[in-house]
Write a protein that binds this ligand. Structure first.
Ligand SMILES: Cc1ncc(C[n+]2csc(CCOP(=O)(O)OP(=O)(O)O)c2C)c(N)n1
Ligand SMILES: [Mg+2]
Length: 313
């Protein structure tokens, strides 16, 4: 199990480090919101889900897409704006999708995928399916009205959904304390009528264990939403490839305890050095290959500019 978790964590970290490195060349054609430091949330949750389960996420979605099994080559090609990308080069980093593995989509508009996830989960219930939906969003999305509407609807209709709030304390440069009178989001979720808990978002094994319990309960017929507020921290700037501790809204000293809790290192230390090296070599090869694939892929044709705008029947 540790090997599987480590592979996923290491892969996401290294993919994003490569994205940050390449970004300055302007080959990547969309803004990038990196998840470095937050990977454990996506990995812990997705390891508790099956292939038929569904996820919806946000513009900070590389980790979720990869943790759920999204195709790496198609993701990098998408960032390059290439026709072979997962959204045919038209969505970029903020609109990743891979429906084959249940990654139903991400959006640049804060909060918008929460009602989509709730609607999808409601449809699953009505159709008698056994799958579960996980809806990922940040602490900033909790400031949106649609978050509260979706919480109420999900609890009322007892739909099979896991809400995952990645609380990294910031909405761009604005701290949660400057935005919310009551900063305990789990406590607020409970008021809508669902079990909710706060978890250390940097403890990948704990997240896995808690979410797995929720998923199993839902599958065994105890329908209704579960809410997890995962406390985590964004290491890089809100958008872009750099650190931003000089920007004036936060201090490096605030981040340091989070650097120490790095789950990539923690899980790596559990492994036998040989097994670890083998995983790292495989992942590095896969990443190199994915970037080459993106480099060599063509840009979309002009004629495709107006296709995929609406769902064509
Ligand atoms: C409806 C809407 N309002 C504002 C924005 C501008 N905006 C983009 S990202 C962001 C921060 C959201 O913070 P959070 O939900 O905590 O996610 P994080 O970026 O921390 O992962 C904001 C306000 C937007 N994209 N959409
Ligand atoms: Mg945030």
């Amino acid at each position: 199990m540790y090997e599987k978790f480590y592979r996923s964590l290491y892969r996401i970290r290294r993919v994003e480090e490569e994205i940050a490195r390449i970004y300055t060349t302007d080959k990547i054609k969309s803004p990038v919101h990196l998840s470095i430091g937050q990977e454990a949330v996506s990995v812990g949750v997705c390891e508790a889900l099956g292939r038929d389960d569904i996820v919806f996420g946000t513009y900070r979605g590389h980790a979720l897409y990869l943790a759920k099994g999204g195709d790496l080559r198609k993701m990098i090609a998408e960032l390059y704006g290439k026709a072979t990308g997962c959204a045919k080069g038209k969505g970029g980093s903020m609109h990743l999708i891979d429906t084959d593995v249940g990654v139903m989509g991400m959006s640049a508009v804060v909060g918008t995928t929460i009602p989509l996830a709730a609607g999808y989960a409601y449809a699953l219930k009505l159709r008698g399916k056994n799958s579960v939906v996980a809806s990922f969003f940040g602490d900033g999305a909790v400031d949106e009205g649609v978050f509260h509407e979706s919480m109420n609807f999900a609890a009322l209709k007892k739909i099979p959904i896991i809400f995952v709030c990645e609380n990294n304390f910031y909405s761009i440069h604005s701290h949660q304390r400057a935005r919310q009178a009551l900063c305990n989001i789990a406590e607020r979720a409970r008021v809508y009528g669902m079990p909710a808990e706060r978890i250390d978002g940097n403890d990948v094994l704990r997240i896995y264990e808690r979410v797995m319990k929720g998923v199993q309960e839902i599958r065994s017929g105890s329908l209704g939403p579960r809410f997890f507020e995962c406390m985590t921290y964004r290491w890089m700037e809100h958008v872009g490839p750099n650190e931003d501790f000089e920007a004036g809204y936060r201090l490096r000293s605030e981040a340091e305890p989070w650097f120490e809790k790095d789950q990539v290192k923690r899980l790596g230390d559990f492994l036998d050095p040989e097994a670890r090296q083998m995983i790292e070599d495989e992942v590095e090869g896969e990443i190199r290959e994915a970037f080459e694939f993106a480099e060599q892929s063509p840009f979309p044709d002009d004629v495709d500019l107006y296709t995929d705008t609406f769902k064509e029947a």
